[in-house]
Design a protein around this ligand. Structure first.
Ligand code: ATP
Ligand code: MG
Length: 755
């Protein structure tokens, strides 16, 4: 273990040994270009290299070396990574090398939030340090209301679409959102909605995710003094995954390194997978222009993957036309060939994946060293079910999923109001939850009153004048709600778990959960409990926070800081400590990570590459979407150290209907010599079983039969087409309309005949 050397280095320096010896130990075991990058002194540094070549390791050791040699004091370092998880890992690694707390290692967004928590009042708006962070869901809710209020056609101005447009504007993206605003009236309307959206945010003392970056940029541009104080403080700026920075992030980096130019970035253009969110690969090209004397280091040796995996991935990515050839080699083992598995459907796929993980475990592999990736979230459910059936513990890295849940959003809304009662989105979400008899009309009245005075809604609920506009039950309801929020406000600076208990004690929980009839009560209660447990961990300091450190300015563990922390759980992220569990996550979240065994599910056309990405052409390159999908697949493949399995299913349920699938074109791009022959015939054999079982059914299935389906309920069979396992049944369901199902998998029961 080379970490031992490093520990020795750190002890040595603590004992007063000279710094050069400590450095020597720190770079021991690194290859030449890696050493050069670690040891590079002042001035810009660009590290360009493929996956697994040690970019992140170089950044980490560079930080350690700056500290060990006394070139930097801890507060002079700013390191940026792409996810909170990566930031946490990097902090742990640096701290293992040099035990200094208080390093600013975070994502761009967490950095923005942190700067704004200190400086936002300098912007001159109405924001205070207690601002709320709105996520995409909050944003869309707010937009829905504003679009309706302004009288625009909701079908034409979909909140998500308008939101994406606003986001791309805020990110100063170089390509416009395809279907928004092609000049004229549309653009005018979008501008108008966008203005009222920003005004509503300001009134609610809220910022959206894009603002966390944009407001810092505005602040730096408007207040050079503030910018200079940060630029002189952070004398060393380091950015990992630079290929995925967008224009605003690039500008921020430029401001922060403006006068010292000690900016070190590393990236791999082949792993750029966030163009859809404004990431711009040209930032790497621009870097060499903006920092003309930048030292460029290329790393060519891959330390992560076996040769079969590495070469297979290289072969796939070489199909991208718009890329520069890179040299990558490995002197590691050849390893096992890749396994490509054809499965009957998503259940077979999940079963196969579980079996492969079991086999890995039997061979002595750890579950914490296993990951299952997928392109789209809907694949997750079947995979989870498969792992559960096989009693394999797993965790899902997709924090946002959990926080999207209705009961969680409600609870968070109450908690947010405790910290920031001006948060209008939170107010509207729960003012009538559970029902307090406050109807749309009454809300409309007080909303108008508040809007006329540019006041947040809570002020209306507290104003006698505004309340006089509504009658009876609604008025009593509003008064009760305002009193409730006032009581909650006292919880803001207390422990988070106690705040949750206090809120839940006041709410009629049964009535509240009872209003949500679409799911079982048990699940929702379990989720509430999970959030409470998470809060308790926070209170006790058992989870490390993004905003910790740096002189402990976010130090106190309170409801306030807890909410700040979870607001930063981004779409690319997830929490949870390493445990003996399989990791499930989307390909987009997999950046920078590595696992012994990697399984990529759903390697199918229209899924990977995703059809939405295919239909998107960016700029004048019709292949841009496809090439980004290929990079995504490449990122997934190159996470694997020892074993890589790729599965696809001949058919799959999606949105309640079965569709027939084709293997991904990317699978065909893998040279045969890297693939195990045979694959698994087992899944195919099994998949025909349901049909065989179905055959002996006494009554023949004919059009006109009344059938029962597990999910869709009752319906009438209209047609049968095709033959054998490919027989398709068209059924008109009472509640789900007409569906085409594959008979072999539909498990239809005949319950009668229509006359
Ligand atoms: P990615 O592009 O996927 O983020 P990366 O370039 O950041 O990859 P790292 O994660 O830093 O690569 O390194 C990949 C693996 O190789 C890690 O397990 C790391 O510890 C190991 N590694 C890197 N350099 C060396 C080295 N010189 N000797 C031994 N192992 C190394
Ligand atoms: Mg990395």
């Amino acid at each position: 273990m080379d970490w031992m050397d490093l520990n020795a280095a750190q002890t040595a320096s603590a004992e007063g040994d000279d710094a050069s010896e400590a450095t020597a130990r720190l770079v021991k075991g690194l290859n030449r270009p890696q050493q050069e990058a670690v040891l590079h002194g002042e001035g810009a540094l660009l590290i360009l290299a493929g996956p697994g070549s040690g970019k992140t390791r170089v950044i980490t050791r560079r930080i350690a070396n700056l500290l060990l040699t006394g070139k930097a004091r801890p507060h002079e370092i700013l390191a940026i990574t792409f996810t909170n998880k990566a930031a946490r890992e990097m902090r742990e690694r640096v701290e293992a090398l040099v035990p200094v707390p208080g390093l600013w290692i975070s994502t761009f967004h967490a950095m923005g939030a942190r700067i704004l928590r200190r400086e936002i009042e300098m912007l001159g708006g109405s924001w205070t340090r207690d601002f709320t962070i709105y996520d995409t869901h909050d944003r869309n809710q707010l937009l829905r209301r504003l679009i309706a209020e302004a009288g625009y056609d909701a079908a034409r101005f979909r909140p998500a679409m308008v939101g994406a447009w606003i986001s791309s504007e805020k990110n100063r993206t170089r390509f416009a959102v395809a279907d928004a605003g092609d000049g004229g009236i549309e653009a005018e309307a979008l501008e108008k909605i966008s203005k009222s959206y920003d005004a509503a945010l300001a009134k609610s003392n809220a910022l959206d995710f894009d603002d966390l970056l944009l407001k810092v940029l505005e602040l730096f541009e408007a207040q050079p003094g503030v910018r200079d104080s940060y630029a002189s403080r952070f004398r060393w700026v380091l950015i990992d995954e630079f290929q995925d920075t967008n224009t605003v992030q690039y500008e921020l980096a430029k401001h922060l390194s403006g006068w010292h130019r000690n900016l070190a970035v590393c990236g791999d253009p082949d792993q750029s997978i966030y163009a859809w969110r404004g990431a711009d690969i040209r930032n790497i090209v621009d870097f060499e222009k903006d920092y003309a004397n930048a030292k460029v280091v290329l790393l060519e040796q891959n330390y992560r993957s076996t040769r079969h995996i590495l070469e297979a991935a290289q072969a796939v990515i070489s199909n991208n036309r718009s890329r520069k050839q890179k040299r990558t080699w490995s002197d590691g083992a050849e390893g096992e060939q890749l396994c490509i598995m054809e499965c009957g459907d998503e259940e077979d796929e999940a079963r196969e994946i579980a079996a492969q993980i079991q086999a890995w475990r039997t061979r002595g592999g750890k579950l914490s060293d296993v990951a299952v990736f997928y392109r789209a979230n809907f694949l997750q459910r079947a995979l989870e079910a498969g792992l559960r059936r096989a009693s394999l513990p797993y965790r899902i890295v997709a924090g946002v999923e959990f926080y999207e849940r209705r009961e969680i959003r409600d609870l968070l809304a109450w908690l947010k109001l405790a910290v920031n009662p001006s948060d209008d989105v939170a107010f509207l979400r729960v003012v009538n939850t559970p029902s307090r008899g406050i109807g749309e009309k009454s809300l409309g009245e007080i909303a108008r009153w508040a809007a006329d005075r540019r006041l947040p809604l809570i002020q209306a609920a507290r104003s006698k004048e505004a309340l006089s506009l509504v009658r009876g039950k609604a008025r009593a309801g509003l008064e009760a709600f305002a009193a409730f929020v006032a009581r909650c406000e006292r919880l803001a600076d207390g422990p988070a778990a106690a705040a949750i208990d206090a809120v839940l004690a006041e709410i009629d929980v049964n009535a509240w959960l009872g209003e949500m009839d679409d799911e079982s009560l048990v699940d929702r209660e379990a989720n509430l409990e999970e959030l409470r447990a998470h809060a308790e961990q926070w209170d006790e300091g058992r989870t490390s926070g993004q905003q910790d450190g740096a002189g402990g300015d976010a130090g106190a563990r309170t409801l306030r800081t807890f909410l700040q922390e979870i607001a930063l759980v981004s779409e690319t992220d997830g929490g949870g400590e390493a445990a003996e569990r399989v990791t499930l996550m989307t390909l987009h979240a997999a950046k920078g990570l590595e696992f012994g065994l990697v399984l990529i599910a759903g390697c199918e056309e229209e899924l990977l590459p995703h059809n939405r990405a295919l239909s998107e052409s960016r700029g004048d390159d019709p292949d841009a979407g496809l090439e980004e999908e290929r990079r995504l697949f490449y990122v997934g493949m190159t996470r694997a150290k020892e074993r890589l399995l790729l599965t696809w299913a001949r058919q799959r349920m999606h949105f309640g209907s079965m569709s027939f699938r084709q293997p991904s074109r990317f699978l065909e791009e893998i040279p045969e010599r890297h693939v195990e022959s045979g694959g698994s015939g087992k899944a195919q054999e099994e998949s025909t079983d349901p049909f065989v079982e179905y055959e002996p059914e006494e009554e023949p299935l004919q059009p006109g039969a009344i059938v029962q389906h597990e999910h869709f309920g009752r319906g009438t069979l209209l047609r049968l087409q095709g033959s054998g396992v490919n027989t398709r049944a068209t059924v008109r369901f009472v509640t789900h309309g007409e569906r085409q199902l594959l008979l072999a998998y539909a498990r239809l029961t005949i319950v009668g005949r229509s006359s």
